[in-house]
Design a protein. Structure first.
Lengths: 209, 209
């Protein structure tokens, strides 16, 4: 498979210091809002963990940015949950293709308070709630029909019983220590502006592309 | 920023065992070709490294899939190059949003032969060649105008001199040891089919979503 001639020149925008400002969260929100006007799912958030030096990467959905932390929900017993338990250093990536932009974040993941997970769990459609209960995420499933049968059983059960968040399902919040804002530019001379958290204040730098 | 109510139900496709087959490369190519009919840049490849247990994640472009290895090009002195030198375990992610599909790969990165890097370098537009020479990737750039000035100087210089690939720029090839093919399904009951390289043959498993 040869893709050597597939190239797009990135010419839509630029990222200069006056646009970047001094607050990475403000810039993130500005870019997020711009992405929201055109992307199917602007809150697609790619999260990588590192477990015994093996990075692993998958898509989750950003559900909140609150108190300067990025929140998503998952099964705490999943592979990513196990990886975070051993090593809370994670990286996040937002890639907004229509704007030819990336935001790269390095940070630390911790569990959100239980009440917050309860509240979000309750807000989900009931089929997703039951799906979270039915699935022992990342373990081996012999046959899809097993899962579908279990879903049907649980759907019947929960017609007559109150549904509660299972203890193994909840949120993580990621506290950023480093941001990079990447704007694709022509001839691969992309703009890269970083913010590092140094003793509580954000230090801005431009990097060579 | 509250995105809790932003949700899309994934209903377009399913991934059953008979479609998955027994060869992860064949399945990858099939999905890639399908993505190519609709995605802006189907060869967007998200690569994560792990350096001192800190994962880092960014977008590169897949340039070849040859001899069952995924090839991309970069600056060997970049942050990702340094991370790979210390720890060649990487993860790759393809996310094809229109088809609600992910392919997740864990593998080992090595440099491609020099001749292969030379050949690809020569095939690039001259502005990108000069861009690769002008940029000391990932180091601090005081001001964008410095880089632009350097580009202009180099463009003038290379009007009269042959251009050669700099030694610090070239390809990596990633040899997969693990694949996961993820197909979004309704009520978060996604299909996940993995292939693990076990003594040279691929062992297929389905995982709970």
């Amino acid at each position: 498979m040869d893709l050597k001639d597939q190239r797009i020149d990135y010419t839509k925008f630029e990222l200069m210091e006056d646009h970047a400002g001094s607050d990475p969260f403000a810039l993130f929100k500005r870019w997020f809002n711009e992405a929201s006007t055109i992307e199917i799912e602007p809150n697609v958030m790619i999260i990588s963990t590192s477990h015994n030096s093996q990075p692993e990467t998958r898509v989750v959905l950003l559900k909140e940015l609150v108190d300067e932390q990025f929140v998503f929900y998952t099964n705490y017993n999943s592979r990513k949950g196990q990886a975070i338990q051993d090593n809370p250093h994670v990286s996040l990536l937002f890639f907004w293709q229509q704007h030819q932009r990336q935001v790269r974040i390095n940070g630390i993941a911790t569990k959100v308070p239980e009440q917050q997970s309860d509240d979000y769990f309750k807000s989900r459609p009931i089929e997703s709630q039951i799906g979270a209960i039915a699935s022992t995420q990342s373990s081996i499933l012999e046959d899809r029909s097993q899962l579908e049968l279990r879903m049907e059983e649980l759907k019947n059960y929960y017609k007559f019983h109150p549904i509660e968040r299972p203890a193994h399902w909840g949120g993580y919040q990621v506290k950023p220590m480093h941001f990079e804002f990447w704007q694709g530019r022509t001839s691969r001379l992309h703009d890269r502006i970083c913010f590092d958290n140094e003793s509580g204040s954000w230090n801005r730098k431009r990097l060579y592309p």
